[in-house]
Ligand binder design. Structure first.
Ligand SMILES: [Mn+2]
Length: 268
């Protein structure tokens, strides 16, 4: 379907095609805005990874961008970097949903509370500006996920949210294994298993924490790690269209010519 009719829908005029008939999401994770690693890859710009993701989103006219954890490398970042981050978000003005991860959990002194982000209506942060879900009424879409709230272990899909909208997307930041064994402490944290992914019943599950782009799970639910900007060097473009299966495709990021994988994969 052509996407041209959407402006009339935005203004509230019900046409034969509403925005909810065809929703485009861009999913990324582990963007790691910071002042040490990311600037080395983007000619000194610590927000270069975020810009690359948002450029991809703009190129496919995404309705929203999902950042599944570790958007920021940590919470001790210089004010100017956070101000630039807010400027970038404002410049692109695409709705962005951030799920706090293990590097940027929703703690009291999280970067998300910085004044630079005050009044930034395009930004929703699960566990900070919102509880466990963000509703996009015009898209008939709900995006939910459990934020990391401290630096300890947690279960990203401990509680499953019932569907209340036509489209439902879940987010999680953690480590996938088909059948998590939580009985031993000698294991990775933030485990995510097949049964939990299937239980979401979501149209799409946007995962983060791994640098690799890969589909996981064993059931009908489309659950994907997007992979990171430095390793996968792409985002996932997710198309939700009434009457046809969810389509998930990679879109290569536009990266600087001199971009190199400087110690790629150092994060998790
Ligand atoms: Mn992580």
């Amino acid at each position: 379907m052509p996407r041209s009719g959407r402006n009339s829908s935005v203004s509230g005029v019900a046409g034969p095609e509403t925005r909810a008939d065809s929703v485009v999401l861009v999913h990324s994770s582990d963007v790691h805005v910071d002042h040490h690693y990311t600037p080395k890859l983007f000619d000194g710009d610590g927000t270069g990874s975020l810009r690359a993701v948002l450029t991809a989103a703009r190129n496919v006219q995404a309705d929203a961008v999902l950042l599944a954890g570790d958007t920021f490398d940590c919470h001790r970042l210089p004010d100017p970097l956070l101000e630039t981050t807010a400027e970038v978000l404002r410049e692109f003005n695409i709705p962005v949903v951030i799920l706090p991860g293990n590097h940027d959990p929703a703690v009291d002194d999280a970067v998300f509370h910085h004044r630079a982000f005050d009044g930034l209506s395009c930004l929703s942060v699960l566990g900070v500006t919102h509880g466990e879900a963000v509703l996009f009424e015009d898209l008939d879409l709900e995006v939910w996920g459990r934020a990391h709230r401290d630096y300890s272990d947690m279960d990203p899909f401990a509680a499953i949210r019932a569907r209340s909208t036509q489209w439902q997307v879940a987010m999680g930041h953690g480590h996938y294994v088909p059948e998590p064994d939580r009985s031993t402490r000698l294991r990775p944290s933030w485990l995510i298993g097949d049964a939990e992914l299937n239980a979401t019943g979501a149209d799409y599950v946007a995962l983060g924490h791994w640098n690799r782009r890969v589909k996981v799970g064993s059931g009908p639910v489309e659950a994907w790690y997007s992979g990171s900007f430095d390793y996968a060097q792409s985002v996932n473009v997710v198309r939700l269209e009434r009457g046809i299966p969810v389509a998930v495709e990679p879109l290569a990021l536009e990266l600087p010519e001199n971009f190199s994988q400087f110690n790629a994969g150092q994060f998790a």
